[in-house]
Write a protein that binds this ligand. Structure first.
Ligand code: FES
Length: 78
């Protein structure tokens, strides 16, 4: 499984103690669907049933948006 998301930022975000959860850990979103980027907000739960070998697109990059299968993402340097 994979998914296509759109990122508009052009630089890094600095994280600090204020980004820590109650367990003193910082959870960084890697699924691309969090509404609180770059922090995880639990939106990754929507990806639990994605199938291996399929590429998905969520409407508006929102975990609650309609999910559809798309053609494979093509990377320029491959
Ligand atoms: S990893 Fe993306 S919301 Fe949790």
């Amino acid at each position: 499984m994979a998914r296509e998301v759109t990122h508009e930022e052009r630089g890094p975000t600095v994280l600090d103690e204020s980004d820590m959860g109650d367990d003193d850990l910082i959870y960084v979103c890697r699924c691309g669907l969090s509404d609180t980027q770059p922090l995880c907000d639990g939106s990754h739960n929507a990806t639990a049933d994605e199938e291996d070998g399929v590429v998905y697109k969520y409407a508006n990059d929102d975990a609650d948006g309609e999910r559809r299968e798309i053609d494979e993402i093509v990377y320029e340097n491959e």
